[in-house]
Design a protein. Sequence first.
Length: 421
Amino acid sequence: MAMATALRSSPLVPQHRPRFPVSAVAPWLVMLLALAALSCSSPVAVAAGSPEVVELTLLANAQEKGAVCLDGSPPAYHLQRGFGSGKHSWIVNLEGGAWCNTTEDCSDRRMTDLGSSKFMKAIEFEGILSNKRSQNPYFYNWNKVDVRYCDGGSFAGDAEGKDRNGTKLFFRGLRIWEAVVDELMGKGLATAKQALLSGCSAGGLAALLHCDDFRARFPQEVPVKCLSDSGFFLDVKDLSGERFMRSIFSGVVHLQNVREVLPKDCIAEKEPIECFFPAELIKSISTPTFIRNSGYDSYQVGNVVAPGGSDPGQSWSRCKADIRNCTSTQIEAMNEFRKEFVEALKVAQCKSNWGLFIDSCFNHCQTPFRITWHSQISLRLGNKTIAEAVADWYVGGGHGVKEIDCEYPCINPTCSSQLDL
Ligand SMILES: *[C@@H]1O[C@H](CO)[C@@H](O)[C@H](O)[C@H]1NC(C)=O
Ligand SMILES: *[C@@H]1O[C@H](CO)[C@@H](O)[C@H](O)[C@H]1NC(C)=O
Ligand SMILES: *[C@@H]1O[C@H](CO)[C@@H](O)[C@H](O)[C@H]1NC(C)=O
Ligand SMILES: *[C@@H]1O[C@H](CO)[C@@H](O)[C@H](O)[C@H]1NC(C)=O
């Protein structure tokens, strides 16, 4: 964890935070992040261009609209203007950072940038948000927006609460979504010639939740698409029979009153909690969507397949730290997870204009980082980096980009260049 913490406070990198649940980060991922941090501040990177530091913009009239962070402060985003042929193209990225499912949890977030804009600063754009063609071959010159995550509920809730000592808590993710998109509309999004809604982890789930709504804000002839990275959370049992994601999501759905954002056809038949899971959500999404996820997503393997509490002998820690040290039973459990995942994706397979990039590299969130999005050492499927696969899907209407990696013990060799396995 030391490196991730170092990343947060590095003076060279204004606020370069991993936007995913850090509790599940495996040591090799920390190495990977360390590598990213080193290369960010290396002379080579500086020579290649100055860091793309993008200022924070606080939402105007936030309080008036009740569109506020957990602590009542205004939400915020970062906007970098497009140029050249990308001048009228827009990418809106929703940040992730797990969820808070209890009053205590949400209350704790008030003192961080995940619950209050008081703690937010300028950030550096990279990966899918980079304005360098070499790092971001397709979207580099688009208008790029990064929406900060400060509601703890994937931009989906609408409620108020009180913490133990009576301080108000605001669960206004849905209003934040609405208000930020409205404000961006006035800044040029309304006349976009094309648009992409993206996000990773809790933000990847948010991109699915809001995909059709985003689409509906543009004229029919404007191409609008969605990209969800590592947002495909599964409702499966762990080793001890508990359903980890369900226990978190049920807290989020009830505490934060998540309802309006859920597909009507789903909640007509099912409990709201079920409709919050991507396996159900994607059945209702009619907008072309790209799903990028590892079939062995490290967050879900760490928390869903084998969470700390369900692993008394710690036999999973060795396996989670290094795939070569997994027992055959452990590989079997992970493959069982992958099987359910691939099964749930059949719906997406059948939609002709959807894209899939399901690698087997044991990772979480690849679009926000330079080396994982598009670099010499990025993982590849069909010899394409994630950036190239997304671009092919985007340009070609999705046809032909449905990549699903092999199952363990087969290992994609491009995982190894990245992870030193
Ligand atoms: C409320 O309780 C938290 C600890 O749970 C504490 O940090 C905070 O200062 C308290 N706030 C007030 C207004 O008492
Ligand atoms: C909140 O999530 C945790 C897992 O992080 C789970 O153990 C707990 O039961 C959940 N509580 C509620 C109220 O949803
Ligand atoms: C994995 O196994 C190898 C050989 O048994 C050992 O050297 C290494 O420390 C193990 N790694 C972990 C993370 O346990
Ligand atoms: C894979 O792609 C790279 C460049 O993107 C190319 O140089 C290389 O020849 C390709 N390899 C194969 C086997 O197609």
